[in-house]
Design a protein around this ligand. Sequence first.
Ligand code: NAD
Length: 422
Amino acid sequence: MAVQKLEWDTPMYRLAVAQLDQTAALMELDENIWERLRTPQRALVVSFPFRRDNYTEVDTVFGYRVQHLLTMGPTKGGVRYDEDVDMGETTALAMWMTWKCALIGLPFGGAKGGVRINPRSFSQGELQRITRRYTSEIIEMIGPDRDIPAPDLGTNEQTMAWMMDTYSQQKGHAVPGVVTGKPVEIGGSLGRRDATGRGVITCVIESCRHVGIAFEGAKIVLQGYGQVGAAAARIANALGACVVAVSDLQGGIHDPKGLDLRKVDAWVEEHGSLEGFPGVERVTNAGILELPCDVLIPAAIQNQITGENAERIRCRILAEGANGPTTLEADEILRKRGVFVVPDILANAGGVTVSYFEWVQDAQQFFWTEEEVNTRLIQIMQRAFRDVLKVAEAKAIDLRTAAMMRGIHRVAEAKRRRGVFP
Ligand code: NAD
């Protein structure tokens, strides 16, 4: 099937479709269902104004919300604030959410949203106005039974609180279940903040066991020290691994003997970034990927490990915290070099899993302890990892293909059962 020239046709969308096509061909997937899965079911582009802090200046920005698949239940997916956000990126991310939710067995289809801005160039007041107006623009698409946003790159708990408040104001009553990843005070779940990182590390522990490395003392390198990366680093260290390098947008820090993360966190808290942290080597964001280590965790943005640098990656396990960090070309090189790759739709599924817990808790107004959340999360991640590994071994395929097969199979069966309307 040729990729048609469509609104969402960008390199990132092509990567998502190429992954789907490779897997669908291997599965001998029904061609009618295959074709339906290659494009999003609903996609909205909005442009909207917001006032700058000086009140007289009004800027216009673009926002997106894409729902890839409405077959499984409401749709679910993060909201990204980044200058590269476009229809293609949002669609690819929504598609990956579909496979991720199906792989874990959550009753959601995939969605994603975003606003094309650099969030670091706006004040909190401006970000609040952007968030509230964006929420109003997409309000008909979202809701606890329709589509449930969550934080992603450049957004956080506060963003979700503003979205929840804006939606609730319009409905006339509090609707906590419209978003997940919100503060605990307004119906958020304990354990959600660290959930993606905890899920990544659960997969890393399982991977170490599988490839025969001790997790305790394993050298870990992380690109990206945000919601996913910082939590993964903290949890890895607490469980006995040794985080030797981390980075943010400005670059990274490296200490082969291991970083003191408490000091790193205090530095970031005070200075806003890793820059200037004393007593360590500086590394670039490209260089950090090539440091020798046992486990490399890209946890920043997509398209980081490519045909250009895959030969120089020096880890035994690559666990994808970020979405889409590895290109198809790089995947092939890593496979040949024997790097054990835990794909994004498995490795970072802990976030949406606890988002699901949060949605369930909001619906029931019955809240769980942090221990309950973490125990259930770890059980689900371990089961998903082992199920995917079993498929990979039985069919002699890599984990990405095996994970996608499981996700696509669930979705395809649901589509077949529901049939075509009318
Ligand atoms: P975040 O905004 O909290 O943190 C991102 C980190 O990456 C920061 O340290 C930032 O400085 C760095 N970064 C941003 N742009 C960069 C660039 N161009 N080069 C190098 N570093 C850069 O975002 P997050 O929520 O931690 O998300 C990180 C990745 O994980 C994204 O790919 C996201 O889609 C994925 N993800 C997030 C969640 C979640 O629960 N937040 C769940 C699943 C997947």
